[in-house]
Design a protein around this ligand. Structure first.
Ligand code: PLP
Length: 381
């Protein structure tokens, strides 16, 4: 499939955008969909609301395809990843003495929510996933009282890609809820919720999916959907949605039961447009293009005597995140370097003890050479 990448991603010419692990870039078609939606709202409000609902339905189908989910009924549209994790944390029926296993290096959203259950007597066990066999570290923390294992498909700091299939198979075998925070991989790496035996998978749109903030996909498998206690209620989450005169109600049988009220229609239009590009190209193609770029960046880091690569180099461990540190630099010096890079228009992040570069499949290779020139002039300043 050929795509005019420069047409879809007309980034400001001197900007080197390597920050998709924080907030991604919108494609032209996404920006145009938002512009058209804004214009429509201005001239005729919600006159064509049924057409908006068709876009919503189409988005659910796109997400089903993206996740290889059995059915679009398994998918809810939420605000963000943190909301999805909270729905699970407060939907499960905990008993004092239960435990939850997560990685020590997790992003705060995927730790705080579990720690918040301490008042119910639930213990959080932290596995150090920085060693050779990160899955073994997680599984070693599990015992007969483990009710849930929650993991980021890709760790936000150094980009470690987890073997989700191995974790999911173990959880399935031991009756442990397998929760995947996929915000650092969805749209970057192909993922199949059935193959990995995910009970739930959540991801906001604003990173690798190249969509806006404030709209997230929440996959919940059918077996668990009706077992989670609902904590949010409203007109939208009932089975007979739209029947405003009905006095009786039951929660929707589909994952819509987790969508309390009006959805983020603007976000829906944007994400729908963003995903049309993703699906047109296909995830295997996007993943290959991205990993080739990550390897090119990793080679540049490894060839640079001033730098130490923090990201794993094995193919099955690699993601869109390439992190490195400058030898002999402390945290303050890295913060200063990050600020200098941003000033030099190399858009990146300072995370987990280093500088995090995160290109996407469309990033021109020439950007890497420019990033290196600017990095070295920052280092020599
Ligand atoms: C692994 C991980 N989980 C969750 C989040 C936050 O997601 P949200 O803002 O959608 O709740 C981030 C953001 O950087 C992240 O890297």
């Amino acid at each position: 499939m050929t795509l005019d990448v420069t047409h879809e991603f007309p980034l400001t010419s001197d900007l080197i955008y390597l920050n998709h692990a924080a907030v991604g870039v919108w494609s032209r078609r996404t920006a145009e969909a938002v512009r058209a939606f804004a214009h429509e709202n201005m001239i005729q409000g919600a006159t064509d609301y049924p057409a908006w609902m068709q876009v919503e339905d189409a988005l659910r189908q796109q997400l089903k395809t993206l996740l290889h989910a059995p059915h679009s009924d398994d998918i809810a549209l939420l605000k963000n990843t943190s909301e999805g994790l909270s729905i699970i944390a407060y939907g499960m029926d905990w008993q004092a003495g239960d435990n939850i296993v997560i990685a020590q290096q997790e992003f705060p959203s995927n730790r705080i929510v579990w720690e918040s259950l301490a008042s119910q007597g639930v213990q959080v066990r932290l596995a150090d996933v920085s060693e050779d066999d990160p899955e073994a570290a997680l599984l070693a923390c599990c015992d007969a009282r483990t009710r849930l294992l929650s993991v980021s498909s890709v760790q936000y700091g150094h980009g470690l890609r987890m073997d989700l299939q191995r974790l999911g198979a173990f959880c399935q075998q031991h009756g442990i809820f397998f929760c995947v925070d996929a915000i650092q991989s969805l749209g970057a790496l192909d993922i199949d919720v059935q193959a990995i035996h995910a009970d739930a998978l959540i991801a906001d749109a604003h990173k690798w999916l190249l969509g806006p903030e404030g709209i997230a996909v929440f996959y919940i498998n059918q077996a668990w959907r009706e077992r989670l206690t609902l904590r949010q209620f409203g007109w939208h989450m009932v089975e007979q949605v739209g029947d405003f005169d009905a006095q009786d109600w039951i929660p929707a049988h589909s994952a819509r039961r987790f969508e309390a009220g009006s959805l983020n229609m603007l976000g829906i239009h944007a994400l729908h447009a963003a995903l049309s590009l993703t699906l047109e190209l296909g995830m295997p193609h996007i993943e290959r293009m991205l990993l080739e770029r990550s390897f090119a960046l990793m080679d540049m880091v490894m060839d640079d005597p001033k730098l130490e690569l923090l990201s794993p180099t094995a193919w099955q461990r690699t993601s869109g995140i390439v992190s490195f540190r400058v030898l002999d630099y402390d945290i303050r010096a890295h913060q200063h370097l990050y600020e200098s890079l941003m000033h030099a228009k190399v858009i990146c992040a300072h995370r987990a003890g280093g500088i995090r570069f995160a290109p996407h499949f469309y990033t021109p290779y020439a950007c890497f050479d420019t990033a290196w020139e600017r990095l070295h002039s920052c280092l020599n300043d």
